[in-house]
Design a protein around this ligand. Structure first.
Ligand code: NAD
Length: 261
């Protein structure tokens, strides 16, 4: 546990399942106040709030589309109304869809970019506005992916969104460093969440993915949440502008395993 996180307030977008719920739960364990954003799954968000409170924190579920400016403003307003301030903003919500690029519709391109990149810009913007207006130390954590670095055929929109996120985070980390606002990415590898759980239930597909990971296993949402807690804490007080990969080594060119090449 990080003692300094007790009583601090975090907004977690896309908190009704997967990595977002794991972060919300971990922040609850840290006795933080958590705004659990959801898009349509109110039951999942209420369950996350229950888990947070059981763990010793406080939570509130707030519906908002983070791809719209009005959505992220609502999250900020609700955080201030319920908890009085914000300290940490986690842009976690994200979506993906598979399509050969020559068949990818403009709608699907826009949908992924709007949530994964524009949504992070909008969330970061309201958080930065709040931190600067109030001359507060601030902390922004963006959920990127190994695909900010590794190309992903069939997912050009997703890879473009996460690749864009790499330089977005580095740029605003540089822009706001003097104001004591830290901005970092987490780059998960293959993590077992609702986005891909069907795939990992099939032993053949599990093995196919595990072979791409030097640690030879799929990660758990709690392992990503642990990285979020560290980045939110003062233990990482001199860390800004990085991507902390939580990927079992997936970004280490696993094709070279066993001394091949
Ligand atoms: P998930 O599908 O389980 O959860 C994504 C959440 O985002 C859902 O709660 C969904 O409702 C929410 N969301 C989507 N669009 C939204 C919008 N417009 N407004 C508000 N909420 C919205 O996925 P996950 O695996 O938990 O992924 C979380 C993040 O981690 C994503 O950014 C994803 O790209 C990233 N990631 C996941 C993995 C993985 O293997 N699971 C790997 C790398 C990166």
């Amino acid at each position: 546990m990080y003692k300094e996180l007790e009583g601090k307030t975090a907004v977690v977008t896309g908190g009704s399942k997967g990595i977002g719920t794991a972060i919300a739960k971990r922040f609850g364990t840290e006795h933080m106040n958590v705004v659990v954003n959801y898009f349509s799954d109110s039951k999942g968000a209420e369950e996350a709030v229950r888990i947070i409170e059981e763990a010793g924190g406080k939570g509130v579920a707030v519906q908002a589309n983070i791809g719209e400016e009005s959505g992220v403003k609502k999250l900020l307003d609700q955080a201030l109304e319920f908890f009085g301030s914000i300290d940490v903003w986690v842009n976690n919500a994200g979506v993906e869809n598979r399509s050969a690029t020559h068949e990818l519709s403009l709608d699907d391109w826009n949908r992924i970019i709007t949530t994964n990149l524009t949504g992070v810009f909008l969330g970061s913007k309201v958080a930065l506005q709040y931190f600067t207006d109030n001359e507060r130390k601030g902390n922004i954590i963006n959920m990127s992916s190994v695909h900010e670095q590794i190309p992903w055929p069939g997912f050009a929109n997703y890879a473009a969104s996460k690749g864009g996120l790499k330089l977005f985070t580095e740029t605003i980390a540089m822009e706001y460093g003097k104001r004591n606002i830290r901005v970092n990415n987490i780059g998960p590898g293959a993590i077992n969440t609702p986005i891909n759980s069907d795939k990992f239930l099939d032993p053949l597909q599990y093995e196919e993915t595990a072979r791409m990971v030097p640690m030879h296993r799929i990660g758990k949402p709690e392992e990503v949440a642990a990285a979020a807690a560290w980045l939110a804490s003062d233990e990482s007080s001199y860390v800004t502008g990085i991507t902390l990969f939580v990927d079992g080594g997936m970004t280490l060119y696993p094709a070279f395993q066993d001394g091949k090449g």
